[in-house]
Design a protein around this ligand. Structure first.
Ligand SMILES: CC(C)(COP(=O)(O)OP(=O)(O)OC[C@H]1O[C@@H](n2cnc3c(N)ncnc32)[C@H](O)[C@@H]1OP(=O)(O)O)[C@@H](O)C(=O)NCCC(=O)NCCS
Length: 139
């Protein structure tokens, strides 16, 4: 999961000073207690979605290594499938040779995205989310 809470407070910060908002988020940052990087996807002036790559799993492995979302108008066009594929291609560069994805069992779209990228099922985690591993050792 990309966002573990649904607050929209971030929108206010972004609208007050967008340059500062961006400057605080570029590059590798400590989030959830682990180094991570966020990519924003855009098409011209439009925001398509985001992907976060955690360079290490958090202690309870919740959320796995990668989270993503695509905003509604841009869904079902293959963006998430391609975003995840691109992120998997970066994993070995940051030392991740086995990449963990976790998905709520009723999230049909995300399950499909993971399946399209070769996710191998590995039970469920403590939150009831399905776990999947992808070998990223040779990417
Ligand atoms: C999950 C999510 C990222 C998918 O984004 P997307 O860009 O629409 O995904 P894609 O276009 O790559 O679609 C992948 C597959 O899922 C299918 N799919 C997409 N949305 C679907 C839906 N609502 N219902 C059923 N299938 C769906 C697509 O048809 C496609 O199937 P195909 O590979 O057989 O053609 C997007 O729905 C989203 O942001 N959801 C909310 C946040 C979220 O759940 N993030 C993931 C947490 S693990």
């Amino acid at each position: 999961m990309l966002h573990r809470e649904r607050s929209t407070d971030w929108l206010r910060a972004a609208s007050l000073d967008f340059d500062a908002y961006v400057a605080e988020r570029v590059g590798v940052r400590d989030r959830w207690g682990v180094p991570s990087r966020v990519w924003w996807y855009t098409s011209g002036e439009y925001y398509l979605g985001s992907l976060v790559l955690r360079h290490r799993l958090i202690d309870d492995e919740g959320g796995g290594h990668i989270g993503y979302h695509v905003v509604y108008p841009w869904q079902r066009r293959g963006h998430a499938t391609r975003m995840l594929r691109a992120a998997l291609g970066r994993c070995s560069r940051v030392g991740i040779t086995r990449t963990l994805l976790t998905v709520a069992p009723d999230n049909v779209a995300s399950l499909r995205v993971v399946d399209r990228n070769g996710g191998v099922p590995d039970g469920v985690n403590y939150e009831g989310e399905a776990r999947f591993w992808i070998d990223t050792s040779d990417q």
